[in-house]
Design a protein around this ligand. Structure first.
Ligand code: SF4
Length: 482
């Protein structure tokens, strides 16, 4: 029987992208800018998206399940206010279960103290504890999201202080975990990043307008100019008086997610001073030094392994080749006619270019191995196309521990490297040799970034104490790296 299958790949996912624009002069079309910026951030979340528009203090919004071009149809775009000063956009990947429309963001709160729209990237370690505390105090939540907990925390403080700025500031003191947050009130946009700076958040300009984005690629996509990164711990307020910053929480050891450079961020972004593309090439070059092999051609697994494969080829002197054609027209949802074809999902998405690999010893570079099932299928495609040897190189270390900070690195039982040695994994995925980038080297790849990095999913040592984490990934030996 034909069935519609929600395709969730083995790849890891970042869980959100945020964007906001404040244009005092009313010269920019904030709706069009947000729409285009969300396109540029689509890689950070593909299950739902939304936009809130502030037209002279009145906040309206549209959000739904689907990609940006599914949700913002021509009719929807025409129905949105066209003359706002501010807009806030969000795209989301739901960690588990069926994506729900009610969990799409921006979250919009109507309250006696004023309306507010909120977009959040990250995850709270104390989300469940705060939720319980607020519920015992009378709160009623409609979703299971951390965004709703944050919105409630801000609203409580706003009620007491009467100031949205103070409310966000007090809420940030209360929230534990990874928080890259943008809030839009009737008169302000406020952007905040947790003290560790787990996930990126940056500022840009377009004419007189101020822009806030998860990644610089969103700023450049709307012809804006990158201004600077928002520092870990910083809160930025943008209103009719311009931009002001509260950096009283900045300083101290940071914990930027190193996997942003390996896989999550777009290669044309610059995150906290480091080019993502250069970081990936450097990962490939370091991998060639750490795990050398005699071979005839280096290829990358599309798209995540391409930059690192180039770095590997340049460092090793082995020619670089295009090993696969990726079908770009397959979305996350497609018809799966039967069980047999379902097993061929990888073949539908990727077709090897036989001329590149036939009769050759191939180095296949990809960003990581998580569960190993996709890697095995990709390797088989190369064998079927005539590769005589396949040597797999991963441009990140082995995943051994879960992530608690807004990505979907899974519980330990689903990570292939937890229970298998390198040799065993090589045998399971059918390669002649297998190598992983070391933890020391992965920390060196973001050249120009002077932050400290989180490498918790590789080492089990996290930048913050997550021993009281309320999530269900309860089978790991968590340690605090400080
Ligand atoms: S645990 Fe891994 S994926 Fe999660 S924030 Fe740290 S480095 Fe990134």
């Amino acid at each position: 029987m034909m069935e519609m299958e929600q395709y969730r790949s083995e790849k890891l996912h970042e869980e959100c992208g945020v964007f906001a624009v404040y244009d005092k002069s009313l010269e920019e079309n904030v709706v069009a800018d947000t729409y285009h910026a969300l396109y540029a951030l689509q890689h950070r979340g593909q299950e739902s998206c939304g936009m809130a528009i502030n037209d002279d203090g009145v906040i309206s919004y549209h959000r739904d399940l689907g990609l940006v071009n599914d949700v913002f149809t021509r009719d929807v775009m025409m129905s949105l206010p066209q003359h706002g000063r501010m807009a806030l956009g969000h795209c989301r990947y739901a960690k588990a279960g069926i994506p729900r429309r009610s969990e799409a963001q921006p979250l919009v709160v109507r309250h006696v103290k004023g309306s507010m729209a909120l977009g959040f990237n990250g995850a709270l370690l104390n989300g469940a504890a705060l939720r319980e505390k607020y519920e015992l105090d009378g709160a009623i939540f409609h979703t299971g999201t951390d965004a709703e907990v944050i919105a409630y925390a801000i609203t409580r403080h706003r009620l007491k202080t009467g100031s949205i700025e103070q409310a966000v500031s007090l809420a940030m003191d209360e929230l534990e975990g990874a928080v890259s947050l943008v809030v839009m009130s009737p008169r302000k946009i406020i952007a905040a990043r947790d003290r560790k700076g787990f996930h990126p958040l940056c500022l840009g300009r377009k004419g007189d307008a101020w822009l806030v984005a998860s990644e610089s690629c969103a700023i450049h996509s709307i012809n804006g100019t990158f201004e600077r990164d928002i520092k870990p711990g910083e809160i930025v307020v943008i209103d009719e008086n311009g931009l002001r910053s509260d950096d009283s929480r900045c300083g101290g050891k940071t914990g930027l997610c190193v996997f942003e450079f390996v896989y999550f961020a777009r290669p044309d972004s610059v995150v906290d001073g480091a080019s993502v593309h250069k970081a990936r090439r450097r990962a490939g070059a370091l991998l060639a030094l750490e795990c050398p092999v005699q071979a005839d051609v280096v290829i990358g697994a599309p798209d995540s392994g391409l930059d690192a494969a180039l770095g590997f080829a340049q460092q090793s002197g082995i020619p670089y080749g295009i090993g696969f054609l990726k079908n770009k027209y397959i979305g996350r949802t497609f018809i799966q006619p039967d069980q047999k074809l379902r097993e061929n999902t990888v073949r539908i998405k990727l077709n090897p270019i036989a001329d590149t690999v036939r009769g050759k010893r191939v180095v296949l570079v990809d960003d990581s191995i998580v569960r190993g099932t996709t890697s095995k299928q990709v390797v088989q495609l190369l064998r079927d196309a005539g590769a005589t040897e396949v040597h797999f190189r991963a441009s990140s270390p082995k995943f051994l521990y879960p992530c608690y900070f807004g990505t979907d690195v899974d519980s330990r039982e689903n990570l292939i490297a937890v229970n298998h040695s390198t040799e065993e994994i090589a045998e399971m995925i059918g390669v002649d040799s297998l190598g992983f980038l070391s933890v020391d080297s992965v920390k060196k790849i973001p050249e120009g970034c002077d932050l400290d990095f989180c490498v918790g999913c590789f080492t089990g040592e996290y930048p913050v104490d997550c021993s009281n984490c309320s999530c269900e990934k309860d089978k790991c030996d968590r340690k605090l790296s400080e």
